[in-house]
Design a protein around this ligand. Structure first.
Ligand SMILES: Cc1cc2nc3c(=O)[nH]c(=O)nc-3n(C[C@H](O)[C@H](O)[C@H](O)COP(=O)(O)OP(=O)(O)OC[C@H]3O[C@@H](n4cnc5c(N)ncnc54)[C@H](O)[C@@H]3O)c2cc1C
Length: 367
């Protein structure tokens, strides 16, 4: 049996879920997800941080638009937010001071602090390895699961639907209607939103739409036990200025990432042992804490457009085909703003969102 809707959203990660929920105010929306559960891929594997200054100018306007919605979420019954304090400490060894200068020059919210103060904040840091340090107070933890659930719950309450185990295997357009084939049935709608994360270019190709050159980059992470005698929960995220490792508290333990960016094909990502070992070695040289046990490891894909800005908008070469892709390393923190922009464009609303769509539009790759 064929089911019909106004909009089909492909992918139920943070991007698809948030845009679908926002669109329910003006459209009948169905979200199709390959996996048995939404959020299985990148959305469930992030470091869960909001950094106001993260990304280029096109991304930063989404950070600005998203922040108030993360602080007081419109879909929470009490208007509660999903942010909590964290902070980011950046450490520069003798050969990294140029990186630190660049960070300070580009981000007015980042302040240089004495290295001793950095060690007070995170007492396992090896003082001798720190030449200079900087702190950004305005970086926050995001409760990613709650944010995702707020969107999925709103989608259902507002009459939309989520169909899992429904990977789209065929996407064709006929008579002004997109037809998506899945093993859960056939779905038709005049508009389709490509929120397929690392698979967004493959999804476009399936629809006969030229891919954009999106690149999935793998990033790995490990959970270590907390260093004995330390209550880590209030520590900031700490990492080096050259961005070759970072660590942060995670449920009473430490999450460490090599900050790797290894190009891969879209897949269910797993960590590369060598990437992780090298990252853990860089971490171990920065701290007085012997890593004797790794409790858990994982990897996820951060998928970037060639210019590292998100891609949000109708493809000028394919009627009714909308991109919501290229979320890179900021897809959680930008989701509320990106979803509002996407819904506004899809519903043809004229109310200003405060976001300039031009630097985000797929048209920038079509000239
Ligand atoms: C280690 C790591 C740390 C990160 N840290 C942060 C951070 O601190 N802050 C931040 O904001 N961001 C962070 N990110 C980035 C963030 O996780 C991503 O940008 C975001 O999750 C992307 O969401 P998405 O919905 O586009 O992709 P996904 O969550 O991957 O969702 C895409 C969905 O599409 C589905 N799909 C694909 N093809 C099809 C098909 N044909 N049919 C149906 N369904 C399909 C997939 O199954 C998947 O569920 C991090 C990422 C990683 C890996």
């Amino acid at each position: 049996m064929t089911q019909t809707a106004d909009v089909i959203v492909i992918g139920a990660g943070m991007a698809g879920a948030s845009a679908a929920a926002e669109m329910t105010r003006g459209a009948k929306v169905v979200v199709l997800e390959s996996e048995p559960h939404p959020g299985y891929h990148s959305t469930g594997r992030s470091a869960a941080i909001f950094i106001q200054s993260y990304g280029n100018a096109a991304v930063r306007q989404l950070n600005r638009a998203s922040r108030p919605l993360l602080e007081a979420h419109p879909f929470d019954p009490e208007g509660a937010g999903v942010l909590s304090p964290r902070g980011i400490l950046t450490l520069a060894g003798a050969d990294e001071t140029a990186h630190l200068d660049a960070l300070l020059a580009e981000n007015p919210g980042v302040e240089e602090i004495p290295p001793d103060e950095a060690v007070e904040m995170v007492p396992i840091l090896r003082r001798a390895a720190i030449e200079r340090a900087a702190f950004e107070a305005d970086a926050l933890d995001i409760d990613v699961d709650r944010l995702h659930q707020l969107y999925l719950r709103h989608l259902k309450q507002a009459g939309g639907s989520l169909v899992c185990n429904a990977g789209v295997t065929g996407l064709t357009r006929d008579g002004g209607v997109w037809r998506a084939e899945t093993r859960a049935g056939v779905f038709e709608a005049p508009l389709v939103v490509n929120a397929a994360g690392a698979w967004a270019d493959l999804t476009a190709a399936m629809a006969g739409v030229e891919p954009l050159g999106l690149r999935p980059l793998r990033r790995s992470a490990a959970i270590l036990p907390a260093p004995p005698g330390h209550a880590v929960e209030r520590w900031p995220l700490a990492g080096n200025a050259a961005e070759t490792y970072y660590f942060k508290p995670e449920a009473g333990k430490l999450m460490v990432s090599p900050a790797d960016e290894t190009p891969v094909d879209p897949h269910d990502a797993w960590p590369d042992d060598m990437d992780l070992a090298e990252g853990l070695d860089r971490f171990a040289r920065a701290v007085d804490y012997e890593v004797t046990r790794v409790e858990r490891t994982w990897a996820g894909l951060r998928t970037f457009a060639p210019d590292r800005a998100l891609v949000i908008g109708f493809d000028p070469t394919a009627e009714g085909f909308f991109w919501l892709a290229g979320q890179g390393g900021y897809g959680i923190q930008t989701a509320p703003g990106a979803a509002r922009l996407a819904a506004g464009l899809l519903l043809e609303e004229t109310a200003p969102t405060g976001i300039d769509p031009a630097p985000l539009s797929p048209a920038r790759f079509r000239d």
